[in-house]
Each structure stands twice: as C-alpha cells, then as structure tokens.
Design a protein around this ligand. Sequence first.
Ligand code: PAF
Length: 285
Amino acid sequence: MQICRDLPDLRAAHARFRAADERVGLVPTMGALHEGHMALVRAARAGSDRVIATIFVNPSQFGEASDLAAYPRTESADIAMLEAAGVDAVLIPDASDIYPPGDETIVETTRLAGMLHGAVRPGHFRGVTTVVARLFNICQPDAAWFGEKDYQQLAVIRRMTRDLHFPVAIHGVPTVRAPDGLALSSRNARLTPEDRAAAPVLKRALDAGAAIALPGVAIADIAQTIRETVAAEPRARLEGLDIVNPGSFLPATGPLTQPIGIMLSARFGQGDSAVLLIDQTEITP
Ligand code: PAF
C-alpha cells in the first residue's frame, strides 16, 4: 500500500491506476478505524479495481474545538488495518493541503444540511460536503463508499454529488454492530465502561420502535416507544429523534403507510467528555 502524505503523491498513484485502465474506488475516513470502516473497504474492493482510502480529521465539520481535539487519532493502527484489507493507496494530508491558506470556497446542500442533525450541529454538513467535494476532486474516484449509520450524511453526500454532477457512484454500506447491538463508531472508544454498557439502548430503542411498526400504526406511537426505551436507561440523554420520509427527509406523520427513516441520537457522560452517539434504521411497512 502506498502511503501518500501530499497531493502530488496521491495524484501520481491515481495516474498509474488510470494508465492501466483501472476503476478507482474511494473510502474517505477520519481514521480511528474499526470493523465498520473495514466493511466499507471490503465493499470498495469488490466494486473497483483499486481502492484509495483517506485519513483526515476534517476540522470544518466539528462545531466545538473540544470535540475536534478529543477525536481519537490512531494512525499507525489505521495504516496497518488498511494495508491488511488490501487498500492500494492511502492519502494522509495536512489540513493545509485540503484547505490552502486563504481558501474561501464552501459546498453546501442548503436545505438538507440545515435540518435534523444539521440544525443541532450548525455547519457540520457544510464541513462534510466541503471536504468530500475536495476529496473527490483530489482522488477522482469512479465510486465512493460511506456508512449507512450516518444516515443524513449519506443523503447529503448523494444530493451534493448529483447536484454538482460529480461522475462518482455513491454506495451506502449497512451499519456494522458489536454483538450487543451497539453500532461501531470511533466515538465508542471515548465511552466509560459504564456508558459503553448502557449505549446499546439506542439499538434496543430502534428495535422496540420497529416491533410495533405495523401498517397503519401511528408514527407518534413509534416515536413514543423509542423515547420511553431510551428514558429507561438513566445514563442516556436523548438528544434527537427524527422520523422522516427517506427521500425528502421531511417529517413523517400520521399512520404508517410508506417507508420511514428513524434517526436517533443520545449523549452519554457529562460536560466536555460527554459522547454523542447516533443510530438509525429504515422501516418498510
Ligand atoms: O463519515 C466520516 O468519517 C466523515 O464525515 C467523512 C465522510 C470522512 C468526511 O470527513
């Protein structure tokens, strides 16, 4: 695996792949890799001739400096995992490579970025689309793979890719879970043992909602069941629960007649060390 620490190195690797007429797949990451990322790499391997991964903790998608500073950084373990998984090249850029001094260009999905998680974390999705657009231009992939766990992020990236005519196929990969149901996330490493034991409540709450989601049931009742399940876990503080139409992301209301997406987030722990976890599911009645 070639380790590219600057853009010319990555471009040279990309040029070699293209010269051999190979299809290039991209897996953008912020490092602190786990089995969820490896599922993205496996899917990218199966769907392309060459795989480029990126490791870049993108400052523009973090609202609070403390969240950015606390983000886990495990570069040598990440490189070993990517190499073992058969990645061909990894780009590990400096922030100034991605955001050249004096840069002033942003990319934003104006509606989708401001709603739901975007309303709670202003600027977050603008940071994601800005960096992903730049990574697409740098890595020029034919296709890119993202986790379905970040449900709204995936929708935002699909919209941006379509709107800006990037010739990149976007693929979502199902959430990978620990045996107790907790969705794998780099943030899980920051949980105390007690909060780690409590965190599977997110999946239990989604399962409880899904269990009553028969055709015609009131969506408000599904929401209530999810809220009550989270409330029964004293270590979890519900932050957001959104039940949406998966196409428009507008709130789903009334009786259940169409597929719905459920986005759930909760905080564990206190103060600066509190960890925000998210989970999601889609239900087709
Ligand atoms: O999902 C992530 O890890 C990040 O949001 C992404 C897509 C790599 C952009 O920084």
